[in-house]
Design a protein around this ligand. Structure first.
Ligand code: ADP
Ligand code: MG
Length: 701
């Protein structure tokens, strides 16, 4: 072990924790032994020397080699050593594309450093800041670092920034790449470490001025790959069947199954538990653990539990079965996995710039992803990977790499952030992969319609305030404008409810009861108002978890909504009045609906004679999602979400009036450039009526 001889302030042998002056716990030493076996430990010296000699460093290593947990600690030690004045504050930031990873990893590292989470080591994710003035190592989502850059353009509080999981190529990470290149020029004392599991290393090196590349050799055992002979019709069913076969016929070892989302995962977990329970005592016990982003932290932690012991002495050994989204592909490493089941799908963002619609779709993964998934089986011993697709399909149908997110996203929000950061010339911004010109144009157009950018592309006062809200621009606009409609309190609550996962619980075995409970909250004019009713009822019932349970409301989601309400601080900071219309006034709900329209006028659909709806901006035939609470089919609706399935749905809809549309967004509903359609004829009539009214009132005067 090359580290123990290292004199670099390595006070691992003293019994006092240099970070908080307390004596190390027994647990610290236990974990330390494990840490020392991680591959990155063998290159600690090499890494520290490279860090010292370079401003930018690229580090590539297999998942599980210790990058995320160890490298930031190495950096801390090095930086501390170079900061002779102990009172001087310094901070290391390490970005993660996923919230779950930021939380989970920071907790682990706090444990490894023997400090309390939120003290020396903390995390920051949207709507949740678990750091303090003592924090010197902060794990944060890439989106949060981007937001910090808005207030602190040179990121002056950081000494070293680590961009982790760079291979994920999320939108925020890609923007940070370009941004940090600029910041580094102006801050010679700042250092950047780019870390990734796999990476097109040359591309990264080329982009980062030929920065040195350090490779951490993996410690992978061979993994045998099995394909199906025929394509599977139902990958979920096939995945469960494969788990059963492994449990019956394969040697001991834990199983990792990749599925696409919460519902599917919970469903699979239940079925697996049930089927194994039916198998009887000849087989070992299992522990089935779900993993997805909205799972509460305590539940997420369970993936690190060990497999259950045999039911009786000498009986068949137990198995842990983790059923996870892509999170387990590279973000979190679970030791002890011997079998991986890869159905070949993941939920991925897709964007159609022509119709400006971004949606999450279950789509085939890339070859690179498939390779990563396979690797998860060989961490501790030789393993097996069951690909639930044919070998032919792997070679012919899967793309080599997943496209960077920036090429499949609506980038309005990013453009607003960059403009706020003073980067006006987006066409020449140093993107590793520049977005399509059409996507960029669309984003500028949207921001112009919202009034965030003027016709020359300059940030307006309104745009400046909007950019301070960590929300999509339409929601930000709705919120910022809501005081004008005398309903900012309610709009704040609605924004919070739109920012959380679905709050209605609908268990398979109690669907009728759940639907009845939901109907109690229903507002006949719209789902947004229904959500508001839920939030108000939750508050009225003192946030009581058992009230939530009885009413089929997801308590966790509502708690998260309360967290979002910290946006109140942004409101106060910009002197946005917190106000409500009198509840007994006829205008109470109308004002709310108008304010929503003022943000979401680009998401209006019109009821056509044929009985379907047509979205106005892109003329898509859509239907109201069956989950809607309306008791009628309104002529005009605003919608929150466009859901692409076998049929196109709009989800979370609210009734709005044609008159409001022409009053609130005449610049968008400018009929001159509007194609002939039913909606246009209706709007034309409304405009004429308005004009006549104006004439009449003029004549009266
Ligand atoms: P990398 O970033 O290179 O993929 P990590 O630093 O995330 O690797 O993981 C290193 C090791 O730490 C792995 O063996 C992993 O299982 C372990 N580990 C990480 N988080 C936890 C945790 N919360 N509990 C137990 N072990 C953990
Ligand atoms: Mg990692």
């Amino acid at each position: 072990n090359g580290c123990s001889a290292h004199g670099n302030g390595d006070n691992l042998n003293t019994s006092v924790n240099r970070w908080n002056g307390r004596h190390y716990s027994q647990r610290y030493y236990e974990i330390l032994e494990k840490r020392k076996t991680l591959p990155v430990w063998h290159q600690k010296d090499e890494f520290l020397q490279a860090l010292k000699a370079n401003q930018i460093l690229i580090l590539v290593g297999e998942t599980g080699s210790g990058k995320t947990t160890q490298i930031p600690q190495f950096v801390l030690e090095a930086v501390e050593l170079e900061t002779p004045d102990k009172r001087r504050k310094f901070m290391i930031g390490c970005t993660q594309p996923r919230r779950v990873a930021a939380m989970s990893v920071s907790r682990r590292v706090a444990e490894e450093m023997d400090v309390n989470i939120g003290d020396e080591v903390g995390y920051s994710i949207r709507f949740e800041d678990c750091t303090s003035s003592r924090t010197i190592l902060k794990y944060l989502t890439d989106g949060m670092l981007l937001r910090e850059a808005m207030a602190d353009p040179l990121l002056e509080r950081y000494k070293v920034i680590i961009l982790d999981e760079a291979h994920e190529r999320t939108l925020a990470t890609d923007v940070l790449f370009g941004l940090l290149k600029e910041v580094l020029k102006n801050r010679p004392d700042l250092k950047l470490v780019v870390m990734s599991a796999t990476l097109e290393a040359e591309k990264f090196q080329g982009y980062f001025y030929g920065a040195p590349l350090m490779k951490v050799p993996g410690r992978l055992h061979p993994v045998e790959i099995f394909y199906t002979q025929e394509p599977e019709r139902d990958y979920l069913e096939a995945a469960i069947r494969t788990v059963m076969q492994i449990h019956q016929y394969e040697a001991p070892g834990d199983v990792l199954v990749f599925l696409t989302g919460e519902e599917e995962i919970e469903d699979a977990c239940k079925k697996i538990s049930k089927e194994v329970a039916n198998m009887g005592d000849n087989y070992g016990p299992i522990k089935v653990v779900p993993l997805y982003s909205t799972l509460p932290p305590a539940m997420q932690q369970k993936i690190f539990d060990s497999a259950p012991p045999p039911l009786m002495e000498g009986g068949p050994p137990g198995r842990k079965i983790v059923v996870s989204t892509n999170i387990a592909e590279t973000s979190l490493t679970i030791d002890g996995i011997v079998y991986v089941i890869d159905p070949g799908f993941a939920k991925q963002k897709v964007y159609n710039p022509r119709i400006c619609v971004e949606s999450l779709l279950v789509s085939p993964i890339s070859k690179a992803s498939a390779h990563q998934r396979t690797g998860r089986a060989g961490r501790t011993q030789p393993g097996k990977c069951f690909r639930l697709y044919t070998e032919k399909s792997f070679h012919n149908d899967l793309q080599p790499q997943t496209h960077p997110e920036i090429l499949r996203s609506n980038i309005a929000n990013t453009v607003l952030t960059l403009t706020k950061l003073g980067i006006d010339d987006l066409v020449h911004f140093d993107f590793m992969d520049p977005p399509a010109p059409e996507t960029l144009m669309r984003a500028l157009e949207v921001l112009n319609y919202l009034g965030a950018l003027d016709d020359d592309g300059n940030l307006t006062k309104l745009g400046e305030i909007m950019s301070e809200f960590p929300l999509d621009p339409q929601m930000a606009k709705m919120l910022v404008i809501s005081p004008e409609f005398n309903c900012s309190n309610e709009i704040l609550s609605i924004s919070a409810m739109l920012s959380i996962p679905n709050c209605f619980v609908r268990p398979r075995e109690a669907q009728k009861a759940a639907d009845e409970a939901k109907a109690m909250f229903a507002h006949i004019d719209g789902d947004h108002l229904t959500l508001l009713n839920v939030y108000h009822a939750y508050k009225k019932n003192n946030e009581d978890p058992s009230w939530c349970y009885e009413n089929f409301i997801n308590h966790r989601a509502l708690k998260a909504a309360d967290n979002v309400k910290q946006l109140v601080r942004n409101m106060v900071r910009y002197n946005l009045k917190l106000c409500s219309t009198d509840f007994n006034s006829r205008d109470y709900y109308n004002n709310i609906r108008k304010a929503m329209l003022a943000g979401y006028f680009m998401q209006v659909a019109h009821l056509e004679h044929a009985g379907h709806y047509l979205t106005l901006k892109d003329k898509q035939v859509v239907h109201l999602h069956p989950s809607n609470c309306l008791d009628h089919k309104p002529e005009w609706v605003i919608y929150n979400e466009f859901v692409l399935t076998s049929r196109n749905f709009i989800r979370t809809v609210t009734d709005v009036r044609g008159e409001w549309i022409i009053d609130i967004a005449p610049h968008y509903f400018d009929l001159e450039n509007f194609p002939q359609c039913e909606a246009r004829r209706v709007l034309e009539k409304l405009y004429k009526k308005r004009e006549k009214e104006r004439e009449e009132s003029k004549n009266k005067k």
